[in-house]
Design a protein around this ligand. Structure first.
Ligand code: GUN
Length: 280
């Protein structure tokens, strides 16, 4: 069994970005909007900031309490869209319940949409055109599979989860690699019977130990995108790692698998948007 080491690959990507950034006269700049007091979101945003600063990027964090209005966030995004010093804009999800995330995503200039969530970028991805940015977690999953030379062509792959952030864009990227893709979700019947036939199982559900050993075919590749917190604050993936690792050929750990790749891809997207915006 091979452990797919996302942490190591992310480090390599970040070192490469740091070297490339050192050569730039002006630095890439990432603006992050946090309008939620959920502890996980705060941790994600501070890790993004720390990583951006380590690369020498400019990091702008806009934090709001629950009195913030939709209009105020719209005005901020419009201002960031206009500011030529800002290359990437990210609205950390979820938002406070009274806010409308989709409306905010749609007013981000697609050329600054570092998450790849704007309908223009989603549409480009679905048409096989090059988006300005590709959603970070799906991009990170494909990079891990590529790093370990896991061929996707003709493979039977199941993605468990159909979110706009992970499941749907990941299914699209896998299709582009000529995989045969099944997307399962909370209404899927007989999930175990389906997963058991798959060469690659990717889970993005957010329920600890959701994927059990008896759901996996021998020598399948298992990718765990899930993150959930137990009461003792230990971070758990979707996969029952200790048991599934005995049957899988390759498996991502949590932590140290997909998580670090998401952040590395966010930094890569910021760099790519910077290049696009500064091309002569
Ligand atoms: N919340 C959970 N994952 C993500 C992500 O990739 N981007 C944003 N903006 N919010 C998230």
């Amino acid at each position: 069994m091979i452990i797919l080491d996302g942490k190591k690959l992310a480090k390599k990507i970040l070192e490469d970005l740091k070297t490339k950034t050192e050569a730039l006269a002006k630095k890439p700049s990432l603006a992050v909007i946090l309008a939620n007091d959920n502890p996980s979101s705060k941790i994600y945003v501070s890790s993004k900031e720390k990583c951006a600063l380590e690369l020498g990027y400019q990091s702008l964090i806009y934090k709001f309490d629950n009195t913030v209005t939709q209009e105020k966030l719209i005005a901020l995004i419009n201002e960031l869209n206009q500011n030529s010093d800002v290359n990437g804009i990210l609205v950390q999800l979820p938002l406070f319940n009274h806010l409308n995330a989709q409306q905010l995503i749609e007013i981000i200039n697609p050329k600054k949409d570092v998450d790849g969530f704007h309908p223009i970028n989603v549409g480009k991805l679905n048409c096989g055109l090059k988006p300005y940015a590709i959603c970070c977690t799906p991009k990170g999953v494909i990079k891990i599979l590529d790093e370990y030379k896991i061929d996707l062509e003709g493979k039977n792959v199941i993605v468990i989860g159909r979110s706009n952030i992970v499941g749907k864009p990941l299914a699209t990227l896998l299709l582009q690699r000529n995989a045969t893709v099944t997307v399962a979700h909370s209404k899927t019947k007989n999930l175990k019977e389906i997963t058991k036939t798959k060469d690659i199982v990717i889970s993005a559900v957010g329920i600890a130990n959701f994927v059990k050993q008896d759901m996996i075919k021998k020598d399948a590749v298992v990718i765990d995108v899930g993150i959930s917190k137990q009461t003792n604050t230990k971070i758990m993936g979707d996969v029952d790692f200790e048991n599934v690792k005995n049957i899988a050929s390759h498996i991502t750990p949590v932590p140290g698998g997909v998580g670090p790749m998401t952040i590395a891809c966010l930094m890569e997207n910021t760099y790519e948007l910077y290049l696009e915006q500064n091309k002569k």
